[in-house]
Design a protein around this ligand. Structure first.
Ligand code: ADP
Ligand code: MG
Ligand code: MG
Length: 904
């Protein structure tokens, strides 16, 4: 077993594609050597060794790799001419963790390892720069203490013992910056640091370079199973087995004086995607100084430096004096960096995020990786690389992270307008997007104002289900209480609507209809603006711009359509949703829930009348009132989706959801309907179910009250004929919910066909329609071959199917789900990410059985999973015809569907 891979001086035993074995950092350090980029020599201990460390323990691993570590250190020495653990000619190294997938929970890097008092003296003499030597030493003691000896506080609010000492020394001296400390101060720091270590750990600070090295190696391996790392893996679905590599690398010093520096760079703009090389650096600094905020970093490129200064309000003279670019301070290194970043980009065919250090005027690269970027940059960079001939179309599709597209679908603030806006509060970025509007405090006001054509923002202490209709018409929602999973946040995200929640500093008064923010009292009707992506609230009306669905975004979507084999439909209950989804590229409606339509305006009255009715005649009379309303709804849907299929699901929820539960409302209803309160109470009580999710709902309603199915069918067919008469193309699909038994769908289909024929006869014309069912009860999956005799299509209702397959109530699962995930019993929430292993098997079986009866049976999915990338890909692997998801997820599903097709 090869446990260690060396690199250095243009040679390497590893390669970029050995990321699983060497980790991302190690694989790229090797690769950079192979393409002639200057990288300090070093070696990588493989992830396999980490796996052994976890399974077999420390001793076994030391035994296994001891000789190789010594040999590999000699490899470094042979290339640098220095010696590890030698006070006369010392070689220092860094020890860096690096997993195959970038993992913030892992051990931090330790720099300058191998130093002690004698070595520091030598470094001071040899470099002629004692400050450098002692700066390196005190940094090392701190890093080693924090990282290896576990002195770094686990709690963010606790103070690092070393920082405390630094602050004290600086205060005594009356200085602010680390670089203002002189050699004696740094020596003093080192001594104090070591004392702190002794006090904290009860042991002397290790002076032997070898002891230090092994300590650091163990610490990297141990960090694989620290709480932070475990949690991060859980949250990001990273397998526990992959392990981390350890990189040991010769130090290069950015803190050797004014011809030394350290920095980070990006080959393109990570925010906008523009092809502009950019980055930051600091002279006489080390490691993460650039990003740690201890000093203001300077720009690498002069042009970028000028732009930066302008934003900061710094004039050109001051910029040149205080914050010159690397091009200005070290032009040769800057030119070399420009050349190398291009070489790396051309080599990896992607935007690179690089770390570099300059030691006495010589440039070294310490890391390169594909850079993180915003959704906008992701799309632009992929398309630019395609146009530049660096990648092909299929690679463009693979490069798109589906969920990141979400950032691009919501309106954003105009940049210039935002720069001059005044911020008045900050809350949680609960649901992305930008919105401006006039303040209203109550849902009914929101509705009224919106009807008058006004743009409103709902400001609430918190929201509740009664606010739903107000939220629907508002541009955005601002709440004082509630977190990222509060009602407001969850509902707003579902609507794709901008929301800032939990803005604790705002003072809302419903009584006065005012809100105080940023030292000003805002009244109802005053304008404010919200940025749901940052949680910031601005005074007045900040101009927003709608998403640009042309350009690169469209180009990427067109590519997705070119390679996909599956259509993306939308779940939409209103023509408005249907239109949004169509704009996002939905090719039909996969789920239109009719029950939502019953809640609006007068409908709820007619609906209640129908439920309260004590006989069929009365019920039919009530249904007759609902008929024209439903027909109107369906006409709207058919028009909005002209040319595409519209799947309408018959009434699904249990009836008790439609009747009032409190006495006051019941009394009101009794009066309206001219019946006694007792009667109402009797009906409500009779509707009560112990377990309504498994109760009288779905097709069970339609089979016990056939007149409901009759009315709905009539509304659908009449609407289809009317809209067709207007010249639109209609493709209605009637979907029967909650089928588990063959006779259930058979009876419903008979009613539908009979009713449709009656309408055709009355109208003297026909429309074609399809009948299908949700497959959402495990039994339906098991007898799918029978069901397919009647059904033209199956739509997998994976919410209910997951509920009934696991036996977890969707409404109560929250009580234990998090504990289950934490304990590793479940990998993730099966209601969000389709459980391919269990529920997926039922889906697969139902698809096979359905196809056995009816080879061309139309297959789709309409649960929450229809917009979740891994679930969409699963559907693609089964050659489904479509997935259906909420409007704002349509582009995400389109990309995932194309990726699925490419993976098959
Ligand atoms: P991370 O994974 O957190 O980026 P790194 O291992 O890349 O951690 O290192 C942290 C910092 O130390 C980076 O700025 C890196 O460039 C620097 N660094 C790492 N190894 C060396 C080295 N051998 N010489 C000089 N600087 C180094
Ligand atoms: Mg790094
Ligand atoms: Mg269902």
């Amino acid at each position: 077993m090869k446990t260690i891979y060396t690199f250095g001086n243009g040679k390497a035993e590893g390669r970029a594609d050995m990321r699983d074995l060497l980790g991302g950092k190690g694989a790229n350090l090797a690769e950079m050597n192979l393409i002639g980029v200057p990288v300090p020599p070093g070696f990588t201990i493989t992830t396999d060794v980490c796996k052994l460390y976890v399974s077999k323990g420390r001793e076994a691993v030391v035994e296994l790799i001891k000789d190789d570590v010594v040999k590999s250190i000699h490899h470094i020495e042979s290339l640098t001419g220095n010696k590890f653990d030698d006070p006369d000619n010392p070689q220092l190294v860094s020890v860096r963790s690096g997993a195959p997938i970038s993992m913030p929970g892992m051990m931090d890097t330790v720099l300058n390892l191998g130093i002690n008092d004698a070595v520091a003296e030598t470094l001071a003499k040899k470099s002629g720069n004692p400050r450098f030597a002692w700066d390196s030493y005190r940094r090392f003691v701190q890093m080693y203490g924090d990282v290896v000896l576990g002195m770094k506080p686990q709690n963010k609010t606790d103070i690092d013992p070393f920082e405390e000492i630094i602050d004290k020394v600086k205060a005594e001296k009356g200085v602010k910056l680390d670089i203002e400390l002189d050699v004696d101060d740094l020596k003093k720091l080192t001594v104090l640091f070591k004392e702190a270590v002794k006090k904290n750990t009860g042991k002397e600070f290790p002076t032997s370079a070898w002891d230090q090295l092994w300590g650091a190696i163990y610490a990297v391996f141990d960090s694989w199973n620290n709480d932070r790392a475990i949690l991060y893996r859980q949250m990001n679905q990273i397998p526990d087995e992959i392990g981390t590599a350890v990189n040991v690398q010769a130090m290069v010093y950015g803190n050797m004086g004014n011809t030394s520096a350290t920095g980070v760079a990006f080959s393109r703009d990570a925010a906008t995607g523009e092809n502009i090389f950019n980055g930051e650096y600091l002279i006489n600094a080390q490691g993460e100084d650039v990003v740690s905020g201890v000093r203001t970093p300077q720009q690498i490129m002069t042009e970028g430096s000028r732009r930066w200064a302008e934003l900061q309000g710094i004039d050109e003279e001051e910029r040149k004096a205080k914050y010159p670019s690397l091009e200005e301070t070290m032009p040769e290194c800057a030119a070399q960096l420009v050349e190398i970043q291009q070489r790396l980009e051309n080599h990896y065919h992607d935007m690179q995020d690089m770390e570099f250090t300059i030691q006495n005027g010589k440039l070294w690269l310490l890391q390169t990786r594909n850079g993180k970027r915003t959704g906008a940059a992701m799309v632009k960079i992929a398309m630019d690389l395609l146009r530049e001939g660096q990648i092909d179309e299929k690679t463009v599709i693979k490069r798109i992270e589906p969920t990141k597209l979400d950032e691009l679908l919501h309106p954003v603030f105009d940049k210039a307008a935002l720069d001059s806006a005044r911020r008045v509060a900050k809350g949680l970025p609960a649901s992305p997007g930008a919105a401006s509007g006039q303040i209203v405090f109550f849902a009914d006001d929101a509705e009224k104002w919106a009807q008058d054509g006004k743009q409103v923002i709902m400001v609430r202490l918190e929201t509740s289900p009664e606010d739903l209709r107000g939220m629907t018409v508002a541009q955005g929602i601002l709440t004082n209480r509630g977190g990222m999973t509060s009602h407001a946040a969850v509902v707003a995200r579902g609507m794709g609507k901008c929301c800032v929640s939990g803005a604790g500093e705002i003072k809302v008064s419903y009584k006065n209809r005012t809100v105080e923010m940023g030292g000003k009292t805002y009244h109802e009707g005053d304008w404010i603006s919200l940025n749901g992506s940052t949680g910031k609230v601005y005074d007045g009306q900040v101009k927003t711009v709608d998403v640009d669905m042309s350009g690169d975004f469209k180009a990427v979507m067109d590519l997705a359509d070119k390679y996909t084999k599956m259509q993306v439909y939308t779940n939409a209950d209103s023509p408005r949703d249907a239109k949004v989804a169509r704009r996002f590229g939905a090719k039909g409606i996969g789920l239109c829930r009719t029950e939502h339509m019953f809640f609006e305006g007068d409908r709820i009255k007619a609906m209640r009348e129908m439920i309260i009715a004590e006989n069929v005649e009365r019920r039919k009379a009530a249904l007759a009132k609902l008929l024209p309303l439903q027909r109107g709804d369906f006409e709207g849907m058919f028009e909005a989706m002209s040319g595409y299929e519209v799947t309408i699901r018959l009434l699904d929820p249990p009836l008790h959801e439609f009747v009032p539960q409190d006495t006051a409302s019941q009394e009101e209803l009794a009066q309206e309907l001219g019946v006694t309160l007792d009667h109402i109470k009797h009906v409500v009580a009779s509707l009560k179910e112990v377990n309504p999710m498994l109760g009288h709902r779905g097709c069970r309603l339609g089979n016990t009250y056939p007149e409901i199915t009759e009315m709905q069918t009539r509304a659908i067919i009449e609407a289809a004929i009317n809209v067709q008469d207007k010249g639109f193309e209609v493709h209605p699909k009637i979907m029967i919910p909650l089928v588990g038994v063959y006779n259930e769908i058979k009876m419903q289909a008979d009613i539908i066909n009979r009713t449709a024929e009656a309408v055709f006869k009355e109208r003297g014309k026909r429309v074609s329609y399809k009948i299908g069912t949700m497959i959402e009860i495990p039994r339906a999956a098991l007898i799918a071959d029978q069901i397919a005799k009647v059904a033209d299509f199956f739509s997998f209702g994976t919410n209910d199917l997951t509920q009934m397959t696991f036996g977890y109530s969707r409404d109560d699962v929250g009580k234990f789900l998090n504990d289950y995930i934490k304990a590793g019993i479940l990998k993730n929430d099966p209601f969000q990410i389709l459980d391919q292993e269990g529920v997926g098997q039922l889906i697969k079986m139902a698809a096979q059985k359905g196809r056995a009866t009816k080879p061309n049976i139309n297959l789709g999915i309409c649960g929450e999973h229809g917009g979740e990338p891994s679930s969409v890909k699963f559907c693609a692997s089964l050659n489904f015809d479509y997935v259906s998801c909420s409007p704002y997820r349509v582009p995400i599903a389109r990309i995932a569907a194309a990726q699925g097709a490419l993976e098959n």
